[in-house]
Design a protein around this ligand. Structure first.
Ligand SMILES: [Zn+2]
Length: 469
């Protein structure tokens, strides 16, 4: 598949210039003015071409519960989420498609799906997500979400004991499942990558982390996990390890240049130094951190310490959308309130780099994607600069990142394949998807989560919140 995008606006050091971009065999083969066109010609006039962004942390099946979970902190929110989690692989397929559509139409060309597995149908769950992502053509990094401790283990005990039920699947069986998933589904050349993704220190034993590190080394697979999303997790880490979670993860070898860590809200300066030293990547999910009251991740400190940072939407039940441009905007300007020195604030161009190159680095694919560079994969997005939301004409990247772009994505290519044209996804039937999502759900405002009822009193006690009332 070969084509030439003519007269698109591309970024140069301190501004923009108009150039042609040629793609041959899925890769960018030339960027220059007045190229001799090959095969298909794409009109790039009055359009901005940027590398594709990465939705670097989400949980696609949460889409079934967006908008319904009341304002709750993570530890109670997740109990409700698990009480109503989808149980059919077909639902997984549909919500993966929905997540992909929203990601593509907000500037993303890749998605990291920390995929919640249906108990007893684990491989079917992964297969359903793989099918969706391959059909639509987005580049997928699927990290089956694994744990080996039951949900109540995720809370600090404080002074009181909480009953801790054994987890249903033994650690060894989980690791065998991951090895099967790697062998069956990890096909980077076909746009599907498997990640080893223990959910986090709150629900995983060292044996599980160490098994993932071992599999990662053997199969050259990236590692992914949640890290210190809430203050309760910080407290739990000290109860569990007698040191910080970051110190512990470094000690067991989980922190590497191909490890990406979602959230990282509650880190000390000494932890930040460890992330810099181990070249781990932070995935910033500002909207879910706000929605769940988790806190503000110290992103400016990370950047100052040289820690690589990218952006994620996080699951749609804690966001409650999958608009990547929205996550990038909030995730960039939110930090201005944390540092008076405006010279540390994130510029729109830096945001673009974090969302593309930064994310690629954390997924160990920076040599292949993340920038408009000859030789890299043709994963990029053409934005329509005549969209009302991007007018009048000022700085295109400023308008895109700081503004509220609507209908701005004109075309998207992944691996040289055009997936979006004239603002419409052309690889799948989006109207049919809308019908399925509609027909398989209902309007509702109230539901009762049994698990929230069971653990709320303990949570309030541990977090020193007033009981009763
Ligand atoms: Zn998450």
């Amino acid at each position: 598949m070969s084509f030439t995008i003519q007269n698109a606006l591309v970024t140069v050091e301190n501004g923009y210039e108009t150039a042609d971009v040629e793609v041959v065999d899925n890769c960018i083969s030339a960027i220059a003015q007045n190229l001799e066109p090959v095969e298909t010609i794409i009109d790039g006039k009055n359009k901005l071409l940027l590398p594709g962004f990465v939705n670097a942390h989400t949980h696609s099946s949460e889409m079934w519960q967006r908008g319904i979970i009341p304002p709750l902190p993570l530890e109670l929110w997740i109990a409700e989420l698990y009480d109503f989690t989808p149980l059919e692989p077909e639902q997984i397929y549909l919500s993966a498609l929905g997540t992909a559509v929203e990601t593509l139409l907000s500037g993303g060309t890749s998605v990291v799906d920390h995929l919640v597995l249906i108990p007893g149908k684990e491989l079917e769950t992964i297969a359903a997500a793989v099918r969706a992502y391959q059909e639509i053509g987005i580049r997928a990094f699927i990290g089956p979400l694994i744990q080996d401790e039951s949900l109540t283990a995720g809370m600090p005990t404080g002074d009181s004991a909480i009953e801790r039920a054994a987890y249903t699947r033994p650690t060894k069986a989980t690791l065998e499942l991951m090895e099967t998933a790697i062998k069956q589904f990890h096909k980077p050349e076909k746009g599907v990558n498997i990640l080893l993704a223990p959910t986090g220190i709150q629900l995983c034993s060292d044996a599980l982390f160490e098994g993932c590190i071992d599999l990662g080394d053997r199969y050259n697979i990236c590692l992914h996990a949640h890290l210190l999303e809430t203050s309760a997790q910080k407290q739990l880490a000290h109860e569990k390890y007698g040191c910080s979670a970051v110190e512990h993860l470094q000690k067991i070898g989980f922190l590497t240049p191909r490890t990406s860590l979602a959230h990282c809200v509650w880190l000390e300066d000494s932890d930040i130094a460890i992330l810099a030293e181990t070249e781990s990547t932070v995935v910033h999910n500002p909207l879910s951190n706000l929605r769940l009251g988790s806190g503000i991740a110290p992103i400016l400190k990370y950047r100052k310490a040289g820690v690589n940072v990218s952006f994620g939407c996080d699951g749609a039940a804690s966001n409650d959308s999958q608009d990547l441009l929205e996550a990038i905007k909030i995730g960039s300007i939110l930090h201005n309130i944390t540092d008076l020195d405006y010279r540390h604030w994130i510029t729109p161009r830096q945001s673009v780099e974090m969302a593309s190159q930064g994310a690629a680095k954390g997924l160990n694919v920076a040599d292949e994607m993340g920038s408009l560079t000859v030789g890299k994969k043709a994963d990029f997005v053409l934005y329509d600069l005549t969209s009302l939301s991007l007018l009048p004409r000022t700085d295109p990247i400023g308008l895109l990142i700081l503004g509220r772009p609507t209908n701005a994505v004109n075309s998207v290519w992944v691996n040289g394949q055009q997936i979006v044209a004239e603002g419409k996804v052309k690889t799948i039937d989006v109207d049919a998807l809308r019908r399925e999502l509609f027909d398989r759900s209902e309007w509702t405002s109230k539901r009762q989560s049994p698990m929230v009822g069971e653990i709320e009193a303990h949570y309030r006690q541990v977090m020193k919140l007033p009981i009763g009332g």
